[in-house]
Design a protein around this ligand. Sequence first.
Ligand code: HEM
Ligand code: HEM
Ligand SMILES: [Fe+2]
Length: 446
Amino acid sequence: MKYKSQKVAYWFFALCMLLFTLQIVYGFIMGFARIGMDGLHDFIPFNTARAVHTNLLVVWLLTGFMGAAYYIIPEEAQTELVSVKWAYVQLVSLAVVGVVAIVGYHFNYWEGRKFLEIPRELDYLVVVNVLLFLGLILATLYKGKRRTTTALVLTMGLVFAALLYLPGMIWFDSQVTDSFFRWWVVHLWVEGVWELIMGGILAYLLIKLTGVDREVIEKWLYVIVGLTFLSGILGTGHHYYYIGVNKIWLVVGGIFSALEPLAFLAMALFAMYMYRKGEKSHPNKIALFWTIGASIVSFIGAGLLGFAHTLPQTNIYTHGTLVTAMHGHYAFWGAYAMIVLAIISYALPNMTGRKRYNFDAGHYAFWLANIGMLGMTVAFGVAGVAQVYLERIMKLDFMDVQNEISIHFIVLLLSATMFATGIVLYIIEFAKHGQPTDEALNMVEE
Ligand code: HEM
Ligand code: HEM
Ligand SMILES: [Fe+2]
């Protein structure tokens, strides 16, 4: 059964699409700058574009997670959201804080801490916003008739993600300490608590799309949570190798981060196994593609490409090069972008009543975006390996090396164009579904 208040999710998803589009625009600005076409340099220099690109990514993904929670939690808890009005207040304030931060970056109002560029004053507004969001979700769960493992894992991921934002707000005079705690946010998010969010959304989608019993699916979810914590927490050490802290982290970080792919492998096996076991063939094939796709691509992008530079012996060469960008793109894409696009693809027809899942455009969107992103990953990877060789082994000057490898950015831009075409198709499909209605939600049968 569906609940009227689930409709709030639609507007979060719409904001998500808008911010995602902007993120891609800034990606192109950087891509062109890399081949010498840097006409916007005076207004948007590379470092600003980079901060905007990555921050928009984080904000649109979080907006997507929030939308997912507003959609999933009422249904899992079997009750309406405690307040739809406050959910809209939360949405608008989120958009306002996001826009202020992004505009500020163009006027040099930002802190040079990769991924955590939002100035500390604005962080307080972020905190208020997130508290409001969590308040609504927790109150709904508390009021609800049912508490499922899926809902608890999703909520736990969201609560921990909020708590882990705090270490990034403390001031340190020492660069080393600052870097040490910056990773509590950046690493423990993507290789820890966000995995719980992903696991929760994945479990929900698999229950809906494959028809396999909840008990079976949720048993797997425990295994994934266990593997995530076992490897991810001490795996933080793979960022502590050469930053000036105790050398014990070379061993601890190496061993535990090498285990991290297991959690992603478990998710991929989990999704494929449930798909094959499932008796029900749900008509929403597009949502199924994105769901299974997320589990497989995240294993490759995060698990395999993460492993490729996680041991101290390799990381000493690859650290901070385009090898990192290669892994960053495919990991974020597979794990978090694809799972958000999956829940949107599932929820949209239910909320709007338009069953558009047999249209070719949805399939083209999936394949163009995925092949495009794979091409981008290869381009970054080839450029990254060449960079490591020329800069760190042949000891050429940094800028000379950047010139040498700029040719690879042509391949990057071609692949990015394919990728962007896929995303444009996805967004056109999104728009074609129209807006959500109560009647549509009442008619959903599972
Ligand atoms: C979905 C999960 C993941 C995402 C979204 C992700 C994303 C990223 C990003 C964006 C960075 C750059 C961070 C920065 O420099 O501030 C990074 C760095 C790194 N990641 Fe991941 N990652 C994920 C999982 C993994 C896994 C499972 C491993 C290991 C098996 C791994 C290994 C690494 C390493 C070693 C670095 C440091 C690279 C360097 O020294 O420059 N990552 N990751
Ligand atoms: C049109 C598409 C895109 C283009 C042309 C593009 C291009 C770029 C470029 C040139 C950089 C800077 C690399 C450097 O330091 O030189 C970058 C950084 C980054 N982009 Fe993209 N991007 C695109 C889409 C995306 C998408 C869809 C995602 C996530 C799913 C993403 C995630 C990232 C991340 C995480 C970084 C920081 C990597 C790091 O820490 O090293 N990008 N992007
Ligand atoms: Fe990490």
